[in-house]
Design a protein around this ligand. Structure first.
Ligand code: 13P
Ligand code: SF4
Length: 326
């Protein structure tokens, strides 16, 4: 498990667990009994990643959810990701180890405010990053993730007004890369906004041969220093196949677990946040613990329930994204 300088709130559970249980064995037994699949994001604790059937970035997790034949999906990630899985599987049980695991980007873009923004433009195309609520998805023409945004935005005619929500850093990166002038919702990720330019410069000086790998949710000053910008899977693949021996990883450090497993001979350095805190760890993702994964499979709760009409509306741009990403 990752080292933490400060505890992250909300990890404890009130439910009783027999301390003599081997949680990994119990989870394996429950998965079989319930015909369940565990889908996990790279930002989960290492022990949660290790019991998952599939680990991936947001797009891959949505694709895995779309094709699973399991009866129960245990989604070890944050709320918007589990919502996407439920929208794609309205008849399946979707449990989230901690249903309160949110996302600062999704929380910072309420649907009524997005609707008011959209109403100011007659004929705008709304492109929303998947890190948003189902209500925002239902108001959107396209959903994108950090791995397919470039491909999807490229297909929108250059003369159309595009509103991009909610991440201004991803939107700004796309604008610079594609020479677009999409209008940007001013949201940011509390984790990726925390990386320090000054400390990154220092790290680069101390590790001159290291490649800098950054997630597009980082601020422009960080992205300008990166050798590679991409989704979590993109960053992992670059680290696995690259020739360099050292990599400075500017995203949530949960991903280091898969990097170290895939390339034990390489050195991965987690980029530090501005303050001497553990705020480069996503406090939402980290609410899911191995104990809560076990409990969610044992009790089949907390379950994600959604209104059928909302699922129908939000599914349209998600399906469009899946088709364009195939
Ligand atoms: P990825 O789609 O790259 O995994 O990103 C998800 C996310 O929430 C990053 O903070
Ligand atoms: Fe949301 Fe940021 Fe956490 Fe990703 S790292 S889930 S964008 S708060």
């Amino acid at each position: 498990m990752q080292q933490r300088s400060l505890p992250i709130a909300g990890r404890a559970t009130d439910k009783k667990i027999d301390p003599s249980l081997d949680l990994e064995d119990e989870i394996a037994r429950l998965k079989k009994e319930r015909n369940a699949v565990i889908l996990a994001h790279y930002y989960q604790d290492s022990d949660v990643q290790d019991v998952a059937d599939f680990i991936g970035d947001s797009l891959q997790l949505a694709q895995a959810a779309a094709k699973t034949t399991a009866d129960v999906i245990c989604f070890a990630g944050v709320h918007f990701m589990a919502e996407t899985a439920k929208i794609l599987n309205p008849d399946k049980i979707v449990v989230v180890p901690d249903l309160t695991a949110g996302c600062s980007l999704a929380d910072g873009c309420p649907a009524d405010k997005l609707a008011a923004w959209k109403a100011k433009y007659d004929d705008a195309v709304v492109v929303s990053y998947i890190n948003c609520s189902a209500e925002v998805k239902a108001l959107s023409d396209y959903i994108v993730t950090s791995s397919n945004a470039e491909k999807i935005v490229k297909q929108i005619p250059a003369d159309r007004t595009v509103l991009f929500a909610p991440d201004k850093n991803l939107g700004g990166w796309l604008n610079r890369k594609l020479g677009r002038e999409m209008k940007l919702w001013q949201g940011t990720c509390i984790v990726h906004d925390t990386f320090s330019e000054r400390k990154l410069i220092g790290l680069k000086e101390r590790h001159p041969g290291a490649k800098v790998l950054a997630h597009p949710e980082c601020d422009e000053v960080i992205l300008r220093m990166a050798d590679f910008v991409g989704s979590t899977t993109g960053i992992l693949n670059y680290a696995k196949s690259g020739d360099a021996k050292e990599y400075i990883v500017v995203t949530e450090p949960g991903i280091l677990h898969q990097m170290q497993k895939a390339a034990p001979d390489k050195t991965f350095i987690a980029a530090p946040p501005e303050a001497g805190c553990s705020c480069n760890e996503c406090p939402h993702m980290k609410k899911n613990t191995l104990e809560k994964v076990y409990l969610s499979l044992r009790d089949l709760e907390p379950r994600l329930e959604m209104k059928p009409e909302l699922m129908v509306g939000a599914r349209v741009p998600i399906d469009r994204m899946l088709q364009l990403s195939a």
